[in-house]
Design a binder for this molecule. Structure first.
Ligand code: NCD
Ligand code: ZN
Length: 348
């Protein structure tokens, strides 16, 4: 059969995105808003988005930063950053707001701007109880923070130490295991009830951990959870392309300045929004299942969150283009994923 040259699908959503703020926000937002109708906006700003009030203000800044032609077509879905001090009453406010769609649990110290995250999840059980009752999903950065645990095992150990307990103690809580990177995470999600789902990034399906050390150390391939072995990459592709409704698209596009990445202590995060849907098209194409891309990118996410599916469409073409070496990022630069190299698909 001739290879498909053009693919029209329902406009996708990004269920895990970092937009940053102010001039940085303005630089990266168009990449996402051109491709996606909605995105779950991560709350890990330098001053984290811990309340419904702050989420509403951040949402306004995002909408104001949209180019005029995209003002009406992009809807930022806000999240709250869970802390040791979050109150159950804040969850009720969030649920009533209509614009807060989830709460993010960062174990304190697990990743970028997570210092104010949760040091003891058991102390947050009243908040989780309120989320279960109000049907606000819990988004989980699933890595243990114990420095004695090998960095490549942190997700696997998190499942046994934390996640299985949460799922057992809150059977009706909607839980999204974010940016899963291991076959153990895939198995956990597959074996639990329908209110447990997972996002999968493109970069974790395009690279294994060798990419961190390809002819030298590669700071632009460093993200958290860190890239894993080839068997895990294969397990992620299998899950994403399986048609299983529990798995959906979340880019985890996480821009940093070139200076903070190319540094003696470089930041974690990979910028992928410039190919937010195209990288996934490449993966599904290579797996021979382009017909499964739409459900993964445009149906499973809204179905899980209980939101309507988008009505608009986008068209992807098999048209190779070269990715820029760098993008303006505020008054600095950001090095995008696959800088200076080719992407096999383009959006029309
Ligand atoms: C993210 C960031 O930079 O905010 N970094 C990353 O490596 N993915 C945080 C996160 O999602 O862990
Ligand atoms: Zn993230």
């Amino acid at each position: 059969m001739a290879a498909c040259q053009k693919l029209t699908i329902t406009k996708p959503d990004d269920w895990h995105l970092h937009l940053r703020d102010y001039q940085f926000l303005a630089s990266v937002l168009p990449d996402t808003a051109k491709r996606f109708a909605r995105a779950i906006i991560m709350p890990n700003l330098k001053d984290p988005v811990t309340t419904t009030q702050l989420a509403g203000e951040y949402r306004e800044r995002i909408i104001s930063a949209l180019p005029s032609e995209l003002q009406k077509s992009f809807d930022p879905l806000m999240t709250l950053y869970l802390t040791n001090r979050t109150k159950a009453s804040e969850i009720v406010k969030a649920a009533e707001s209509g614009f807060v769609h989830a709460v993010k649990w960062y174990p304190a110290g697990a990743t970028t701007n997570s210092e104010k995250g949760v040091s003891d999840i058991v102390a947050c059980y009243d908040v989780l109880e309120a989320m279960q009752q109000t049907e606000v999903p819990l988004l989980v950065h699933g890595e243990v923070t114990d420095p004695n645990v090998d960095i490549f095992d942190r997700e696997k150990i998190f499942i046994d130490q934390f996640l299985t307990n949460i799922i057992k103690n809150f059977p009706d809580l909607k839980v999204v295991f974010e940016h899963i990177t291991t076959e153990q995470a895939v198995s956990l999600v597959e074996s639990t009830s329908s209110n447990v789902g997972a996002t999968i990034t493109a970069h974790h399906m395009l690279m294994n951990r060798n990419a961190l050390f390809q002819n030298g150390i590669r700071p632009h391939h460093y993200c958290l959870p860190v890239l894993k072995r080839e068997i895990h990459r294969k397990a992620l592709i299998k899950a994403a392309t399986s048609g299983n409704k529990k798995f959906f698209l979340g880019t985890d596009s996480a821009p940093h300045t070139q200076l903070t990445k190319e540094n003696a202590c470089g930041c974690a995060g990979i910028y992928t929004a410039h190919g937010g849907i195209e990288f996934y098209a490449e993966i599904f194409d290579k797996a021979g299942v382009l017909d499964k891309l739409e459900a993964f990118s445009s149906f499973h996410g809204p179905d899980f969150y209980g939101l309507r599916r988008n009505k608009d469409k986008i068209t992807l073409s098999r048209r190779r283009h070269k990715i820029a070496d760098a993008f303006p990022f505020g008054d600095e630069t950001c090095i995008p994923f696959r800088a200076g190299e080719n992407l096999e698909w383009s959006i029309d």
